[in-house]
Design a protein around this ligand. Structure first.
Ligand code: ATP
Ligand code: MG
Length: 562
């Protein structure tokens, strides 16, 4: 659990790379992060980003950004822009190496022609259903297609006609002739090209045939001179296919290395599922602070450092596992503890009047900005005879272990004085407590050293006359189940936590927060870390998001396990 530092992290991937460098297989390290621009990046991607950029950095190499944009119908420029913004925000730089698989469409086409010429690829005119039915199962070999013996000349001509738009969608496909009885289904005449009369966000209407991901991915790596093509485990049994392509084409051979993807409990991470949450309006958008996307985490108040530290702590594994979302929460709490300005804010206010102070009483008290960082100094907090405290900090009939305010009991006001509750005022109709009447002890000012009176509880407060209003959005986990996708009968949307967003209006904040910048982060003492919403906050309506509570469930889990 040590802090992330600049030292190289050793893992099975760095062992492989060290070996390659020692044996001379490669003499440098070129990696890439290859997102498909069909959604926003999520916390799982940040693992891959940190790993690929981190490896390049550790070995004095380079990491490219390459958009794997082979599927025109699902991809969008909005996603391209958001992906670039998120990677930059995380603190990584691809410099001028912004590449697109679509930039290689001509080369990929030439590669396909090469395979046809070698008799290793052919045009298949079966329907998708027929192709599926002839594929067999992992234990039964597939059936050879009747089109497999088309001549090279016919294949070349038909492939060109596919490109020229002479056929309709689905009429033909180009397939590689590998092994119809291989136990690895990926080798059973995989499809390389399909016809799609669809315009592409970069190539426009130039193409009406598009390469399959499997055909584009490995060759794109090769074209870029990638040495170590790091990807997640589900591509392990695609590696023989990628290797076959590279061998047959006789081009630069990147080494694919698979690692376990990051999974988080109480979270769904697939972009398809996240898109569903957005489209069906379970959330307000990709950047709804309850989403696991980078843009949502940013909006919620996460720092890039906390996400990078999290990615490092998760480590690089070869076997799939599920990471506790509490570890992510731990990472931001740890980071903000060091750097967040402390302030006082009352979310659920009840009025408190100090009866032995005059109405015009005004005093400025000294409050520490961050006990973890002396250099952050202190600030003045206005104090008067009229305050707000948190409703939960008062109990009319206190239960046994309640050490906060109750009738006849004393409590310390943070940075101020000890007060005693003398009386309560209730609404005559509803019986609800509307005001607390207290006296203060002038000798007990914090830091004055005048009195050695001790009390068991300290509570936060704000001066009612000076407080500013804000809207505060409290977030909880988006799902009630650890594994929202684990139920075969129910859709994951049935496990959405109805309490995942709780908006409170007219919270009372100390006036220090009046000009808080959008995106700035604070600790509301005793309550948690909060940040000014970058989208909805304005001078007229200050909006805070709760980033995380102060309670550290992760540290508790660690203690229990030790
Ligand atoms: P999803 O399954 O969430 O829809 P994807 O794998 O289809 O994501 P890509 O855009 O293809 O998304 O991913 C880009 C890169 O990020 C790939 O190299 C992929 O392996 C990696 N990646 C995606 N999800 C994770 C994850 N949960 N943990 C680690 N790496 C991931
Ligand atoms: Mg993918």
């Amino acid at each position: 659990m040590d802090n992330a530092n600049n030292e190289k992290q050793k893992n099975f991937i760095t062992e492989i790379i060290d070996e390659h460098l020692a044996s001379g297989k490669y003499n440098k390290v070129i990696t890439r992060f290859p997102p498909e621009p069909n959604g926003y990046l999520h916390i799982g991607h940040s693992k891959s980003i940190a790993l690929n950029f981190g490896l390049a950095d550790d070995y004095g190499g380079k990491c490219n950004l390459r958009f794997d944009d082979t599927n025109p119908s699902k991809e969008d420029i909005e996603y391209v822009d958001s992906i670039k913004r998120d990677i930059k925000w995380l603190g990584f730089d691809w410099e001028e190496r912004e590449y697109y698989a679509s930039d290689y469409f001509d080369t990929l086409y030439e590669y396909a022609v090469k395979l046809i010429n070698k008799g290793k690829a052919y045009i298949d005119s079966s329907t998708m259903d027929e192709i599926k039915n002839m594929r067999g199962t992992p234990t039964e070999p597939g059936i050879e297609s009747p089109y497999r013996s088309r001549s090279v000349a016919e294949n070349l001509e038909m492939f060109q006609n596919m490109k020229l738009g002479k056929y309709t969608d689905g009429e033909h496909v180009l397939r590689a002739k590998i092994d119809m009885s291989s136990p690895n289904m990926n080798l059973r005449y995989p499809i390389l090209y399909r016809i799609r009369h669809d315009s592409h966000h970069r190539t426009g209407s130039k193409w009406c045939i598009y390469p399959m991901y499997d055909w584009a991915h490995g060759q794109s790596d090769s074209i870029e001179g990638i040495t170590h093509s790091v990807c997640t485990l589900e591509f392990e049994n695609h590696r023989p296919l990628y290797d076959w392509f590279i061998r047959e084409l006789e081009i630069h051979h990147p080494q694919q290395i698979e690692f376990a993807r990051l999974n988080l409990n109480y979270t769904v991470m697939s972009k398809r599922k996240l898109l569903q949450l957005v489209q069906e309006k379970y959330v307000s958008g990709w950047d709804d602070p309850r989403m696991p996307t980078i843009s949502a985490l940013r909006r919620r108040g996460y720092t890039p450092e906390s996400i990078r530290n999290f990615a490092e702590r998760v480590g690089v594994a070869k076997r799939d596992s599920i990471t506790d979302v509490a570890l992510l929460e731990y990472s931001i709490r740890e980071d903000l503890n060091k750097r967040a300005q402390r302030v006082m804010a009352v979310l659920n206010p009840i009025k408190l009047t100090i009866t032995n102070l005059p109405d015009d009483y005004f005093e400025e008290l000294n409050a520490v900005n961050n006990p973890e960082d002396e250099t952050m100094g202190s600030r003045k907090v206005p104090f008067s005879n009229s305050l707000y405290i948190e409703r939960e900090d008062f109990q009319e009939v206190p239960h046994k272990k309640f050490h906060r305010l109750s009738p006849g009991n004393e409590v310390r006001l943070r940075y101020a004085y000890i007060i005693k509750c003398e009386d309560i005022i209730k609404d005559p109709k509803t019986g609800e407590i509307t005001e607390l009447l207290c006296t203060y002890d002038a000798e007990t000012k914090s830091g004055s050293g005048k009195s050695d009176k001790k009390v068991k509880g300290t509570i936060h407060w704000v001066s009612a006359k000076h407080a500013i209003n804000a809207e505060v959005r409290l977030y909880d986990r988006l799902f009630t189940e650890e594994d929202p996708l684990g139920d075969k009968e129910k859709d994951f949307t049935e496990f959405i936590n109805p309490e995942s967003l709780n908006v409170i209006r007219e919270c009372k904040l100390e006036p220090f927060l009046k000009n808080a910048e959008p995106g700035s982060r604070f600790q509301f003492e005793r309550l948690g870390y909060f940040c000014v919403d970058i989208k909805d906050s304005s001078d007229d309506n200050l909006v805070f998001n709760r980033t995380v509570t102060l309670r550290d469930t992760w540290a508790k889990i660690q203690k229990k396990n030790n």
